[in-house]
Write a protein that binds this ligand. Sequence first.
Ligand SMILES: [Zn+2]
Length: 223
Amino acid sequence: MKQEYIFIGPPGSGKGTQTIMLSKETGFPHIDTGSLLREEIASGSEEGKIADSFISKGQLAPIELVAKIIKNRLNKNDCKNGFILDGYPRSTEQAEALDKILEELDGNNQVNFKAFYFDVSEDKLIERLVNRRSCSNCGAIFNLKTMNMKETDKCPKCGGNLIRRNDDTEDVAKKRFDTYFSQTAPLVDLYRNRGKLVRIDASLSIDEIHKNLTGAIKENVNS
Ligand SMILES: [Zn+2]
């Protein structure tokens, strides 16, 4: 049966890392909506040009346009056994658009659809963010706390200086997360009410999250 997975979770929840790992293991393509839009724009397609006319002005691309780009991508051959959709939908409006897309693509075929929710508290996310440093030389990202590093330490990979991004402050982060949670809470409820939500405890370590996630997927495939 075709496996259709969507991943919902705030920035810093580790969702991106997990989707990449899972995609490698399952062979299902990892479709990151942000990258997909950037690729579409770079390709110079008609949809890409229209999307660019909004995004370059700092506006959101229209919901129908994004839906069309997603549909084209999900219709490609590599998605025929399944896919992992990351960063879409982000609102109940987009969830309805996705319902329509999948209805059109799947017809009456049986599919296994699950929404994985990377659940982690705002406090934990902020703690991760304020401890995040990147290397000014090679760009590698580290967490001072989990790696037991000091502010003054050098990059373990290349010896470069560690820097903190200007927007990794508590105030900026709090605003970003408040917006995120108010948008996605109804989305999480929607999939929970449909019996399609799988909660993943994203406060755990990368390895633990991965173990729980692959366990849930196995269970899902066999059910
Ligand atoms: Zn480095």
